[in-house]
Design a protein around this ligand. Sequence first.
Ligand SMILES: [Zn+2]
Ligand SMILES: [Zn+2]
Length: 223
Amino acid sequence: MTIIQSRGAAVLIGAASWTAAEYGLHRFLMHELRGRGLASVEHLKHHADVTYFSPASKKLASAAATTALAYPATAALAGRRWAGAFTVGLLSMYFGYEVAHRRTHTHPPRNRYGRWARRNHLHHHFGAPMRNFGVTSAVWDKAFGTYDDPGVVTVPRRMAPVWLLDETGAVKAEFADDYLTKGAARADASQVDRDRVAAFTNAAPALELGMDAGPKGGSPRGR
Ligand SMILES: [Zn+2]
Ligand SMILES: [Zn+2]
């Protein structure tokens, strides 16, 4: 038995495969479809309102669908034992991704990787929704030419994560090199509508209330 046929390797290959699936699903199934299909609707609702996350029942359904596709395909190629281990690796990273994505929005970074992950994903939300599709890694964005170095991320204040701001509503000193905020702290009803339209056309949300949405898909730096 070669190393690659071992169950340990199958778990690692499954985990690595998740990073590719994360990129492909996020780019093509969620953004390119612009609200056609449940996965796209749920994800673009999260872009319109960054405090919205799909309920656990829908995530479990998507994990079951992933298993239903991945297990038979890999079992046909490499046998059931290998496919079982591969699926464990794939689903472990899927759940890891779900936790990491949510924490990006709800908890401050604790290390260099967490700092990068937040700037990377918040640039995707507020700078260029058709760039930086990877949440846990930049590998596939770099491979497919969709990676922007996040730089200083400008966040509409109404959408700022709670961890970013102090009690006066200003960016905390420790994050001042990474983020700027703009606009009002609360969205009025018409802005809620505009934010939804922006999200479902893959445009960045407007920085100020009443402004048109930002660039569609592209980077604010024109790349
Ligand atoms: Zn997000
Ligand atoms: Zn997205």
